[in-house]
Design a protein around this ligand. Structure first.
Ligand code: MG
Ligand code: MG
Length: 249
């Protein structure tokens, strides 16, 4: 699980070198697919439920599951959420990061920072003996205290030899509720946080989810393992942060 997730982190790092005004999300998809295959792995998203590509690339008001396209060309001031998965030695890795394209407004940067911080607050709450609702509540409480809203229709998940396993890991919920967190579990925590209302629309392409009010949305995801003494982050933003340097949010 660690190896598959580290490879996702490395792939996000490779993409970070290329995310700039003028590149299309389909070009990013090809870079990711080649990088994953060059490392002896298979893109987990390609063909999953019929998904046509190796990454999800969701721009601005798109929340998740954006289909890479030659027509979706990134421009200055955009944000793009890249969700990436790998299958390596039969295990699945899954992680996501919302990147700035060039110079992004302070308001949008604050949304991104808040969503990333919410992810880490969720991870801190992920302790053996606690419950999924403790994670959910940590994410929700923090984001709503900043005036943002939490998408309800999509949730985090257990992960292992399959990308989506039990239990569901919602980004909203009540402390002390839900399935028990046990040592040895691997889960993905992935806050999807909107600047405006929580409502989303499913586009007619069958995949893309966007905000109903067309305001910006952010998405950060780590895969973690629950240990007796706490949790271990299996995926990594280290590689992309090395590329972005001082420009990392
Ligand atoms: Mg993901
Ligand atoms: Mg996931």
């Amino acid at each position: 699980m660690r190896d598959a997730n580290q490879l996702v982190g490395m792939t996000l790092g490779e993409l970070a070198k290329h995310i700039a005004p003028g590149i299309s999300t389909l070009q990013l998809d090809k870079i990711a697919e080649e990088f994953i295959r060059d490392h002896g792995a298979v893109p987990a998203f390609l063909g999953y439920g019929g998904f046509p590509n190796s990454i999800c690339a969701s721009v601005n008001e798109q929340v998740v599951h954006g289909i890479p396209s030659s027509k979706m060309i990134l421009k200055e001031g955009d944000v793009v959420s890249i969700d990436c998965g790998t299958i390596l030695n039969e295990f699945v890795g899954d992680s996501a990061y919302t990147f700035c394209v060039g110079d992004v407004s302070p308001e949008v940067k604050t949304l991104l920072r808040t969503t990333k911080e919410a992810l880490y607050r969720g991870i801190q709450a992920a302790v053996a003996g606690k419950r999924i609702g403790d994670i959910s509540n940590a994410v929700q409480t923090y984001c709503e205290s900043k005036g943002y809203s939490v998408v309800r229709e999509l949730v985090g998940h257990g992960i292992g030899k399959k990308m989506h396993e039990e239990p569901e890991v919602p980004n909203y919920g009540r402390r002390g509720c839900g399935p028990l967190l046990k040592s040895g579990m691997c889960i993905c925590i992935e806050p999807m946080i909107n600047m405006g209302s929580k409502n989303v629309v499913f586009e007619r392409d069958g995949w893309t989810v966007r905000t109903k009010d067309r305001k910006c949305s952010a998405h950060f995801e780590h895969c973690i393992a629950i240990h007796p003494e706490g949790s271990e982050i299996l995926s990594s933003f280290k590689f992309l942060e090395e590329v972005l340097g001082d420009n990392a949010i």
